[in-house]
Structure formats: C-alpha cells, structure tokens
Ligand binder design. Structure first.
Ligand SMILES: Nc1ncnc2c1ncn2[C@@H]1O[C@H](COP(=O)(O)OP(=O)(O)O)[C@@H](O)[C@H]1O
Ligand SMILES: Cc1cn([C@H]2C[C@H](O)[C@@H](COP(=O)(O)OP(=O)(O)O)O2)c(=O)[nH]c1=O
Length: 208
C-alpha cells in the first residue's frame, strides 16, 4: 500500500510556523494530496489535555516529567492520528514533533539527550518525518513576536538564554540531519518566508 508523507514544522516560539501552516496544507491539497493537519503536544483528545497541563504557567514540573508527558502525548498521536493517516496514503502535517523535545527538553532544559534517544526509539521506533521545515529566527526576534501576541504560556515565559539554547539545539540537529531538516530563514518578510517554503515543498512533490 502506498504510504503518505510525514512533514513536521519546527522552530522556537514566535518563529512563524503556525502562520505558514494553513497555506502549506492548501498547497499540498492543490497538488492532489489528502492532508491531515495536527500538532504536538496535542492532536488527540488525551494529547490536548496533556498540552493544557504542559503549557499551564501555574504548574511546575521536573524536566523529566515534562519530557515524559511530551512523549506520552506523542505515543497517542502516533497511534490515533499519524500512523493510521500515513497508512491510508494521507499526508500528515504536524506543528512540532520529536525535534522539539531535543531542542526544548535537552537544549533548553538541559536533559541528557541519551534519555531522549531511548524515548524516541521506544515511542516511534525507526519512524522519522520525511521532511522537517525548521523556521529559524534569532531568539530575540522570536521573543518579540511572541510578546506582541499578549498572554504567554509556560514555555514562552522563559528567558532569552533558554531560547538561545533551544535555537542552538535546533541548528545542531538541522546540521546533523541535513537530508531531512531544511532550514528556512524566517527573519524575513512573510512573502519571502513563504517563497522559501514553497521551493522546498515543490522539490519534495517533484521527487515523489
Ligand atoms: N515573517 C514574519 N515577519 C513578521 N512577523 C511574523 C512573521 N511570521 C510570523 N509573524 C508573527 O509572529 C507571531 C508568531 O507567529 P506564529 O506563526 O504564531 O509563530 P509560531 O507558531 O512559530 O510560534 C504572530 O503574531 C505572527 O503574525
Ligand atoms: C512537541 C513539543 C513542544 N514543546 C513546547 C514548545 C512550545 O513552547 C510549546 C507548544 O508549542 P506550540 O504549539 O508551538 O505553541 P504556540 O501554539 O503557542 O506557538 O511546547 C516542547 O517543549 N517539547 C516538545 O516535544
């Protein structure tokens, strides 16, 4: 049976992922693909409840608790949404996936990445996204964009040095997995970012 493709969007808070997501789905649909749009943490009923806990500023939790909840939500997301959709030749577009755990929980919080390697293997086996669009902005630009939006969540309230580490971890992974992760310079106008994304997607569609 033909498998759909799995595309993930990544970046620090305020990079502009969510802004680009809707038209990316439309572009794929125009190319004749059936598209499922989802997000992490979230994407399922249980996952959305875990998301609410994870983003709640009034809750404090150990970095490992945070990591385990992210992967618990991911396990559910894979089981209920991602794997069934791919098996039915649908394309899955997810706002974040496991790269975010390496960037935020390892890079940002300082968790040993060997623990994340174990969880990744446990929860997803060998499954990796076919393509990851990493929206790159300097930490201060991301923070400025987020603060313009008003209310901030448990991650968005972090200080500049946290986002510097998260971004560095993303860039490190983008270098290590350069076949899969495409860096989109998002410190540009919306049309310029859109054009860069479109080029990467057209190339993926062309090589199908
Ligand atoms: N290229 C851009 N230039 C200026 N502002 C942007 C750009 N992309 C997104 N924004 C704005 O930045 C804010 C955060 O964007 P959003 O897409 O929600 O980021 P993310 O989902 O990556 O956290 C929004 O107010 C959005 O309108
Ligand atoms: C998937 C995932 C998200 N996160 C964090 C990053 C974000 O700050 C937050 C929620 O992501 P996001 O949906 O990008 O937030 P928003 O809708 O406010 O732009 O969860 C992790 O720390 N680890 C993970 O594995």
């Amino acid at each position: 049976m033909k498998q759909g493709k799995f595309i993930t969007l990544e970046g620090i808070d305020g990079a502009g992922k969510s802004t680009q997501l809707a038209w990316i789905a439309e572009l794929l649909q125009r190319a004749g693909k059936r598209v499922v749009v989802s997000r992490e943490p979230g994407g399922t009923a249980l996952g959305e409840q875990l998301r609410a806990l994870l983003l709640d500023k009034s809750i404090t939790m150990h970095a490992e608790t945070e990591t385990l909840l992210m992967f618990a939500a991911r396990r559910e997301h894979l089981d209920k949404v991602i794997l069934p959709a791919l098996a039915q030749d649908q394309w899955v577009l997810s706002d974040r996936f496991t790269d975010a755990s390496f960037a935020y929980q390892s890079g940002g919080r300082g968790l040993n990445s060997a623990k994340l390697d174990i969880l990744e293997q446990w929860v997803q086996g060998t499954l990796q996204p076919d393509l990851t669009l990493y929206f790159d902005v300097p930490a201060d630009v991301g923070q400025q964009r987020v603060s313009r939006g008003g209310v901030v969540d448990r991650f968005e309230q972090e200080q500049a040095d946290f986002f510097l580490r998260v971004r560095a971890a993303y860039l490190d992974r983008a270098q290590r997995f350069s076949d899969r992760i495409k860096i989109i310079d998002s410190n540009r106008s919306l049309p310029e970012v859109k054009a860069a994304v479109e080029q990467v997607l057209q190339s993926l569609l062309h090589h199908e």
